[in-house]
Design a protein around this ligand. Sequence first.
Ligand code: HEC
Ligand code: HEC
Ligand SMILES: [Ca+2]
Ligand SMILES: [Ca+2]
Ligand SMILES: [Ca+2]
Length: 455
Amino acid sequence: MRRIAPFAIALLVACSSGRSPEPGEARSGGDATHFLLFGSQSFTFPAPNLSSERRAAFFTGNAFFNQGWVTAPASTTARDGLGPTFHAGSCSACHFRDGRGAPPDEGGTVTEGTIPLAIGRGPDGAPLGDPSYGTQLQPFAIMGVEGEARPVVRWEEVLGEYGDGEPYSLRRPVLTLEDPAFGPFHPDLVAEVRMAPAMIGLGLLEALPDATLEAFADPEDADGDGISGRVQRVVDAITGERVIGRFGWKAGQPTVLHQSAAAFSGDMGLTSRVFPDENCPPAQEACAAAPTGGEPEVQDDILDDVAFYSRTLAVPARRAVDDPEVLRGRDAMVELGCTGCHAPRLETGTLEGFPELSNQTIRPYTDLLLHDMGEDLAGRPEFEASEAEWRTPPLWGVGLIDTVNGHTHLLHDGRARGFAEAILWHGGEAEAAREAFRTAPRRVREALLRFLETL
Ligand code: HEC
Ligand code: HEC
Ligand SMILES: [Ca+2]
Ligand SMILES: [Ca+2]
Ligand SMILES: [Ca+2]
């Protein structure tokens, strides 16, 4: 297990001069970084290097991302077909202002996230659905069809203390699925809460070469640093091939287009060329009999525009990169072992059709690999990802979630109420980094948090 030399910490506290930002450090998304304003619209801008013609596709996609879909049949045939069961009526209901969803308060229901379900993994590794409820809970339904169940979250407090004795409190969600409409759930069911992540910079992550992810992977922890990242491999629904997974909290989706089509299907009940079937498990007869909004419901050009939009949202520039405390915090990321997973700087390769996103130096703070984060965070298994394994999320933009969405909830289920809590939940491969943070002098912890605020 990784140990941080006390000497390294001492060094970190002592040195306060001589640090400076790297050239271009504020441009987290390379040329797809925007410097516009850092208010509530910070996640909504197109990559500034899109041509005006390509901006048009961005804004068409934007319109379909924000608009509500309606029940079929309707006079607006371009946007009907919602349901029969669904979790939300628009993409932006969860990705509000292209930002991060918030979890419910005590006893509330999940509105800005999803409830993945599984009773294990199927032969190809994909999550195996509950026989009556499938691989995702859709709490709502159109008229004449029943929603599947009501996901209710209650919070349980967990107490701890920092190395210097300062106490802290964490909280974990306890999810119950109330009033199931189609009989009891399978006894092996695992259900979890996942909050909607921000939409920025996704095409840049898609443009990272497979070889970059493979080079970070160290499945047997050959270098003995306690971190054994693994590449996720999933089945591409379009080609049927096994490819690297990158998107979603367990990297269960290979491309932004694939993830967008999966969202149309699982989150909104809208069929597309990628997922042509409605979500109606055999027990749900009214669901199967309900009218559809066309075959497919999401026309190809609309799916393509939404995926284009989802790929080309700019990454906001960092603030205060030359502030001495921020620079100390940046160094603490390295010294405490955070950058073993949250890789600071990467080069994108060529993403076909996206010269704007290709060959960029980006600072996403992720390796996009799966890491065992310990039992406390465990959820459902997904392809190569075990229950406890999660993809390192990119950290760009995390400092602006409060500005955009008015909350500071982090981690896949939104349990962390800020950066410190997010770090304190790290376990498994990240236990050594968490302990280094927990036992670090207060000054170092504060510098680290200050750094995260500038992302
Ligand atoms: C009901 C809430 C909800 C709705 C509606 C929703 N999403 Fe999401 N979105 C999520 C959640 C939760 C995740 C994480 C998925 C996972 O881990 O399985 C996600 C992830 C994504 C990602 C991957 C982001 C990343 O960082 O890996 C993309 C792209 C995306 N959604 C696009 C869309 C689009 C396009 C729509 C509309 C067609 C949409 N979403 C509708 C909740 C939602
Ligand atoms: C072994 C890999 C690993 C290490 C080391 C690691 N992290 Fe993480 N980090 C993750 C993963 C995986 C998640 C997502 C876990 C989840 O959502 O359940 C995460 C989540 C986070 C989040 C929340 C992000 C979000 O979008 O919700 C923050 C902030 C964070 N890490 C900061 C740090 C800091 C600071 C350190 C060093 C003290 C660190 N991490 C060390 C893998 C790692
Ligand atoms: Ca439908
Ligand atoms: Ca379902
Ligand atoms: Ca290793």
